[in-house]
Design a protein around this ligand. Structure first.
Ligand code: GLC
Length: 672
């Protein structure tokens, strides 16, 4: 660990050293009696969540949730997202943004899925890496979190995530490994135990894996109040225990006296704190967007992430001159995620009905907020019937009805209890469909929704996710055809919860056994041949794209460039997310049917053709071999699959890997 050049550890008393290893309150580090400048940390992944001295939330730009950023599949927009939030951080004096979270979306029930990117480790890691660059290029630090395997909220402070070594490396470490390429200033440990030891005390995890194996050389901060026993966490190389932990001083002094911790171990963490302080002091935070520009950035990202899942009879975009009815109050005040990622914005959104009327001036756009309440509304049946009769009468006369719905609450601290829409929303959709065949459903949710009870009754489904203060502008622009949707799902949407591996199993309270292993998300559904409602990587456009002319060029021993043409054969400019998957045809270990190893989002004008290239390298073909304890590529045949989604493969090609025999294990001759 490099010694800080600016702050001399030898000028600190023992007490000052120990107290430097915990915050001085919820959000600030200790000043060591003025010897060391304090650092201010603040959430979060979906925008700045900061509190003033009276503990009131400050307003900031409510950005699209990271789950929606993931649906953009756009590295530049992930960067822009981080950059934009950094501006709010600088404006409010935060030195470090406690984001991004890259926990894998292993179960759609996880309450914090809105804060995370994907079920796929590469998509998660790459977008997190760009987000981190966006924040840190503005001179603000980040905290890559939560290391690791915090994949549901239930029992997060108690229940161990029991995971085998290969799965940890290929699925749960992997997004961190990729994101570490951006050199986040800090990494935050998870609440949960991993394989029986709290992440905050797990030296193998924090020192052995994060630092020594993955090469992280920054500061490890605990999740808030995740430290059970300060000296044990410091021994595991938690450098900063947050928030202020009153047990720290006595715990460390006592352990020192008993020889349960050494001065070297303490100094190791103190140096990491001093190095972080130096990093903050040496940075020159520089804003580059004013408040309006930050809002526009939010709108740009939201427009690129909102995903069109179904569009029967090309009912979308809405035609100008039609008669439409917008139903549901979520079209006025959309939901966002709750907990530490919540963002208080002072931006007042215009209702979707109003925005649509402006964008479609020849149209008649009605609005009824109450419809979605009438089914569950506490009002008398007579009034409910009146509401119902009125809304459905209105609907009957329209060319199309756009109904805004949501699922179970998405929040930190608890998981969703189901993955359907709220009951009253399902009822309203079915009722509306009785009176109008052109129903468009807009889902204000961020993780998989079971739609099987109503999807056949509707013509179109759009998932708007949690888009923050940009929600209404972005969804209106897409519905009106001003914006051509280009988002794609970053998680699989199963038909129902029973089709997922975890189902409603939430562990036994002490242990959640990850015996799905590496088969998470599409890896699971494809391995077991389970159909899903909408596959990973799925998303429709108002354009139509054709793929051809695949070429695979070998540029090194294990390096290839996969290139292909995409032609926009429609008359609408659009952007296409193409995905490159790799399959190991023969292997001495079980492997997924295919794995995402590259992706590009390409803007293509109507009638134009663009050639896209994706590079594959050793890690594109490797699996984690626990006998060798390293990433390993077996020689032999691999298939490259280029798709518009994981289930819509457009082009395939073959590669033969032939690495030097010295790198290979003796292999069964079958298939060679
Ligand atoms: C919370 C979250 C973490 C957040 C921290 C500070 O419990 O787990 O993501 O950054 O505490 O609010």
């Amino acid at each position: 660990m490099a010694k800080s050049k600016k702050y001399d550890i030898n000028k600190l008393t023992l007490e000052e050293k120990i107290l430097l290893l915990t915050g001085v309150n919820e959000w600030k580090t200790y000043s060591a009696n003025g010897k060391v400048p304090q650092i201010v940390v603040s959430d979060g992944p979906n925008g700045l969540q900061m509190f003033d001295d009276d503990n009131n939330r400050k307003s900031a730009t409510a950005m699209p949730a990271l789950s929606l950023v993931a649906q953009t599949w756009d590295k530049e927009l992930a960067y822009l997202d981080g950059e934009t939030i950094a501006n709010d951080a600088i404006e409010n004096g935060a030195d470090i943004l406690l984001a991004p979270g890259v926990n894998i979306k292993r179960t759609p029930l996880n309450g914090r899925n809105f804060e995370y990117f994907s079920e796929d480790p590469m998509l998660s890691g790459v977008l997190a890496r760009e987000f981190i660059k966006g924040v840190q290029d503005r001179g603000v630090g980040t905290s890559l979190k939560h290391f690791c395997a915090n994949n549901r909220e239930k029992g997060r402070r108690v229940q161990t995530s029991e995971i085998d070594e290969r799965t940890l490396n290929e699925i749960y470490y992997r997004p961190f490994e990729i994101a570490l390429e951006a050199k986040p200033w800090t990494v935050m440990c998870a609440y949960n135990p991993v394989n029986g030891v709290y992440a905050s005390e797990n030296k193998k995890l924090l020192k052995g894996v994060l630092r020594d194996k993955l090469g992280f050389d920054g500061l490890i901060v605990s999740d808030w109040a995740s430290v059970q026993n300060p000296y044990k966490s410091i021994k595991a190389t938690i450098d900063l225990i947050m928030p202020y932990n009153e047990l720290t001083l006595d715990s460390v002094k006592e352990a020192l006296a008993k020889g349960n911790i050494s001065m070297e171990e303490i100094d190791y963490c103190v140096e990491n704190v001093l190095n972080l302080v130096e990093k903050v002091q040496n940075s020159t935070p520089k804003m580059n967007y004013n408040k309006e520009q930050r809002h526009q950035n939010a709108v740009k990202i939201a427009k690129a992430g909102i995903t069109l899942l179904k569009n029967e009879d090309n009912i979308l975009p809405l035609k100008d001159g039609g008669k439409y009815l917008v139903v549901g109050d979520l079209s006025e005040t959309p939901l966002g995620g709750l907990g530490s990622a919540y963002v208080q914005t002072d931006y007042v959104q215009e209702p979707v009905a109003k925005l649509l009327a402006e964008k479609l001036p020849k149209s008649e756009v009605g609005y009824d907020r109450a419809a979605c309440a009438c089914a569950s509304w506490a009002g008398s049946n007579r009034i409910k019937l009146e509401y119902a009769k009125r809304v459905y009468t209105e609907a009957y006369e329209k060319d199309a009805v756009i109904v805004f719905v949501s699922g179970d609450t998405e929040s930190e601290s608890f998981d969703r209890s189901h993955i359907k829409l709220k009951k009253e929303y399902e009822e309203v959709i079915r009722n509306l469909a009785r009176y109008n065949e052109n129903i468009i459903v807009v889902i204000n949710a961020t993780s998989a929704i079971d739609m099987q009870d109503w999807i056949d009754d509707v013509k179109a489904v759009v998932i708007e996710g949690f888009a923050g203060e940009a929600t209404n502008e972005a969804i209106s622009s897409i519905l009106a055809g001003e914006t051509n949707p280009s988002g794609k799902l970053a998680e699989s949407f199963p038909y129902d919860l029973e089709d997922t591996f975890t189902g409603d199993d939430t562990g036994n309270g002490l242990v959640e056994w990850y015996n799905d292993g590496i088969f998470v998300g599409y890896r699971y559904y494809e391995k077991y041949g389970i159909d899903v409602l909408f596959p990973f990587g799925h998303g429709l456009s108002y354009s139509e794209f054709k793929y051809d002319n695949l070429s695979i060029e070998q540029t090194g021993e294990c390096d290839f460039t996969v290139s292909y043409d995409i032609t926009n054969v429609s008359n609408v400019d659009g952007a296409e997310v193409s995905q490159v998957y790799v399959k190991d045809v023969f292997s001495m270990v079980i492997r997924p049917e295919k794995e995402l190893k590259g992706f590009e989002k390409t803007f293509i004008k109507a009638g134009e053709t663009k050639r896209v290239s994706v590079k594959l390298d050793f890690r594109s073909f490797a699996y984690y071999n626990t006998a060798l304890d390293k990433w390993h590529v077996e020689n032999g045949a691999f298939t490259v699959l280029v798709g518009a989604s994981s289930a819509d493969i457009k082009l395939t090609g073959k590669i033969n890997i032939n690495l030097d025999d010295s790198t290979q294990q003796s292999q069964a001759l079958v298939g060679r």
